[in-house]
Design a protein around this ligand. Structure first.
Ligand SMILES: Cc1cc2nc3c(=O)[nH]c(=O)nc-3n(C[C@H](O)[C@H](O)[C@H](O)COP(=O)(O)O)c2cc1C
Length: 175
């Protein structure tokens, strides 16, 4: 049995929705899970963390700066144990962009950090116009129009491949 910390960075909640699926798989394999928002993770107790998973959403091309700050601050601890990172973005709904090698955000991010996670994944996220403020809704609808995604003003589409999430969790269990 391992104690596994899952740290998430979310704005609209979808990255947090992905975490319980990972947690479910890991708990099924008898691991003990602690889930925490990145905003609360600065005081993480590393003695209770045999492995760590960090999940982060993309907005306007970037993960939240807190993600990079956490990685930089805890680099040594991250390198000392099995670790995993997943990125959530809607570009990953496109075939070819849904892989670690093919997702431009993940690739760019990996070049900016020294951490080398044991496991990596990218998951397509969710579009839910009802949640967004006026400017964000306009921007995202425009981007979706350009990239042939959903544009109806009240569209709510979950693009996540939940089997891929479960497969990733299985790899985390084995790492
Ligand atoms: C304001 C805004 C900006 C976004 N920018 C991007 C982007 O640049 N590239 C992308 O692939 N997805 C982008 N997305 C899609 C998000 O990555 C997707 O909605 C994800 O599920 C959000 O995760 P969260 O609910 O955990 O915050 C954006 C979404 C919003 C609302």
């Amino acid at each position: 049995m391992s104690r596994i910390c899952i740290v998430y960075s979310t704005t609209d909640g979808h990255t947090l929705e992905i975490c319980p699926r990972i947690q479910q798989v890991l708990e099924h394999e008898a691991h003990w899970i602690e889930l925490m928002a990145i905003e609360q993770a600065s005081g993480i107790d590393w003695t209770r963390c045999d492995k760590i998973v960090i999940g982060a959403r993309i907005r306007y091309g970037k993960h939240h700066p807190d993600v990079r700050a956490f990685i930089d601050r805890h680099l040594e601890r991250l390198q000392q144990r099995p670790s995993a990172f997943f990125s959530v973005n809607v570009v990953a709904r496109k075939p070819g962009k849904d892989t670690v090698a093919g997702n431009p955000y993940l690739q760019k991010f990996l070049k900016t950090i020294l951490w080398k996670p044991t496991e990596l994944a990218v998951f397509a996220g969710k579009i839910d116009y009802r949640r967004y403020g006026m400017v964000d809704r306009l921007m995202i609808r425009f981007i979706m129009w350009l990239t042939k995604g959903p544009t109806q003003p009240d569209a709510c589409v979950d693009f996540t491949d939940w089997q891929a999430v479960a497969d990733f969790a299985g790899r985390v269990a084995r790492m």
